[in-house]
Write a protein that binds this ligand. Sequence first.
Ligand code: C2E
Ligand code: MG
Ligand code: MG
Ligand code: MG
Length: 280
Amino acid sequence: ADIAMYEAKRKGKNQVVFFSGEQNDAIEYRLYVEQGLFNAIENKDLHARFQPIVDTEHQVVALEALCRWSSQDIGDIHPESFIPIAEETGMINALGLKMLKEVCIASVTLNEAGLGHIKVHVNVSILQLNSKLMVSQFLEYLHDFDVKPSSLVLEVTESAMHDIGTRKVLRELAKSGFTIALDDFGAGYASVSELGESYTSIIKLDKSLAPGEDKSSQKNIIAESIIQLCQRLDKAILLEGIETQKQAEFACQAGCHYMQGFYFSEPLSLTDVISFIQQK
Ligand code: C2E
Ligand code: MG
Ligand code: MG
Ligand code: MG
């Protein structure tokens, strides 16, 4: 029965795969991802979606590039299930460069559409930051597309900040003109002192901190206090995972500078996100 089910999935009967969690399925899924991802990076199966980031006036100021893998056999696969495998197998460097290329193209396209003020964020894995060589590699890519580092924001999760080597690379990237954002703050093993690092200028508060309905809830008090702390440290604050108008109001009242979430828009194709901005 298991094999029959796997065959059904493999033939693409389901849009999104839910493997049954049996060990064989897990192993097969992993093999599928390992083999497929390599090819996907080479062709168009791996691509970027762009989610708007807005200011307190709800004007789009930036886009976050999020990678998507559309597999012919099993439908759309989300990054949570393949980024870790890309990291373990070393494919993350090729994936990261592919995404960098996509954001360069996006930046050029925005510029041509008269939207050159809109920055493009890209997620960078901690494993891409393990050598200073990546800085020159990134700069070369940008140079080829005639994109300035100041047009891009590199999003790095807090785990990247624990290592002295990666800190050096981040400092180097900031010196080269990239803006560095600390992503998912409050989701992991955050040390509050990470907030004080001079190379990060944007703090993205994790969606787990997105406020609830009850204004005096513990969660909202924590979110408000972190926002105040970031303000005192002169950081720009972005609250992600905004899904309702109430949450957007809370974010503005609490002093966030930027917001992102399904309430404003889902991640869209480059063409769709540009028409979204132009219609606003
Ligand atoms: P992230 O960088 O924190 O990205 C935000 C995630 O939240 C995205 O999930 C986005 O689709 C989702 N999101 C946006 N608005 C809302 C909302 O209102 N509510 C909820 N519940 N979710 C919302 P996605 O695209 O599945 O990406 C997941 C994670 O995978 C990202 O988290 C990032 O850590 C990683 N990732 C995505 N693309 C890349 C990439 O190109 N390179 C690397 N290294 N990691 C990536
Ligand atoms: Mg991010
Ligand atoms: Mg995030
Ligand atoms: Mg995240």
